[in-house]
Design a protein around this ligand. Structure first.
Ligand SMILES: [Zn+2]
Length: 391
């Protein structure tokens, strides 16, 4: 540095310091402590911000939770989180033609759920059934469960949802004893019945890879796990993420006539691995719910993935009306606008969830800018085919 520049620099610095003091600010002389939870950096990027209020094509949201089943009484009961009329206006605003309530329940709860959602609005709400897991203790469970699938089909259910309960929570005595494996033979009649009655299985297996690691400073989802330590599957008798997926793959291989929708992109952190599954098993497709945070931080790999598997990717949000714990899933206009922005635009570095702080890891995402041909398939055509609906 030459003399003149250094002098100019010194003059400049002192002028800045004086201006600061004149405005009543104390010049910072040492590092200030700041809790991670209070850190909310605002991006200084001047980049395009596109608001997509309505999807380019009508949407089938194949992954929603409009109701759940209360199993604490003598009979399972369907509990609606909202009434249909309370969300139809938002659906119309966002061009969501149909919402699929995956948690439609079983036994009498399924009938209640169908009566509330599907019967009055057959084009707007579709209902899936679920395995009656608490019956697993009964010796005739395998046959009983297969018959329940046939009954669900007759009642009007359009598929079967298998929660991550299978593999991570369901135990031999329902809540106690060893964990029941995903490829346990007692479910074989159920998987077969699903294929025979053309009901796709929407299956959520395992969870984000970070949920299987220690909750420490190296964990990319530290804040989320620290706030919800019970979401961690580290230790105890939990299988590894890999073991869970491999068990599911054995089920898929054993039941080639049954269609499996792998929820949450199967394992969104590892698109190469998911690509291997899709290549090997034609009876599979994937759904993107609650994983645009993963897809959108690897936009080049994700874009290639959408190109290659454009006939096998389904739109879903995992939307939960009145949810609070998971901002990335709260049903509402904002949620859909983010998904549409991700799929339709090439916007850069934006939030993947309507939240103060990115809730599934501190990063932002990049839009894929999908062409119309792919958008049409992902928004509704692929789902129509799998669900047996007509456009
Ligand atoms: Zn879900």
């Amino acid at each position: 540095m030459n003399q003149i520049t250094r002098r100019q620099l010194l003059t400049g610095l002192s002028a800045t310091a004086l201006t600061g003091m004149a405005l009543g600010q104390q010049p910072q002389t040492k590092p200030q402590p700041l809790d991670l939870k209070d850190f909310e950096p605002k991006s200084m990027l001047h980049v395009k911000e596109t608001l997509i209020e309505k999807a380019r094509f009508p949407v089938i949201d194949i992954h929603t939770h409009l109701a759940f089943t209360n199993n604490s009484g003598s009979q399972p009961k369907s509990v609606a989180r909202v009434k249909p009329d309370e969300i139809l206006a938002a659906m119309n605003r966002k061009n969501v033609r149909t919402m699929v309530n995956l948690t439609g329940g079983y036994g009498p709860a399924l009938e209640e759920c169908l009566a509330m959602w599907h019967k009055p609005h057959p084009d707007r709400f579709v209902v899936f059934t679920e395995p009656w897991f608490s019956q697993i203790v009964e010796p005739k469970y395998p046959q009983f469960q297969a018959e329940q699938i046939e009954r669900a089909k007759k009642l009007g259910a359009k598929g079967i949802k298998v929660l991550k309960t299978l593999g991570l929570y369901l135990r031999e005595n329902v809540t106690t004893g060893p964990l029941v494996k995903i490829d346990d033979r007692r479910f074989d009649p159920m998987w077969d019945a699903a294929g025979a009655h053309k009901l796709p299985i929407a299956i959520h297996t395992s969870d984000p890879e970070a949920f299987f690691l220690p909750i420490d400073r190296f964990n990319e989802r530290f804040e989320e796990l620290n706030a919800h330590p019970n979401w961690s599957f580290r230790g105890q008798d939990f299988p590894s993420n890999r073991e869970l997926h491999e068990a599911r793959l054995r089920v898929i291989a054993r039941h080639p006539k049954t269609h499996f929708i792998l929820l949450h992109v199967g394992n969104a952190e590892d698109l190469n691995w998911v690509s291997e599954w899709l290549d090997k098993y034609p009876n599979t497709s994937v759904e993107i719910g609650a994983r645009i945070g993963e897809l959108g931080r690897q936009p080049r790999a994700a874009r290639k993935f959408f190109d290659k598997y454009q006939d096998r990717i389904l739109f879903g949000t995992d939307a939960v009306p009145q949810g609070v714990e998971t901002p990335q899933q709260i049903f509402g206009d904002k949620l859909y606008e983010i998904y549409y922005r991700f799929l339709e635009t090439e916007d850069e570095y934006f939030d993947y969830a309507p939240a103060r702080v990115p809730p599934q890891g501190r990063w932002r995402i990049y839009g894929l800018g999908l062409p119309e041909k792919i958008l049409r398939k992902v928004y509704h055509a692929n789902a129509e085919q799998i669900l047996g609906l007509r456009s």
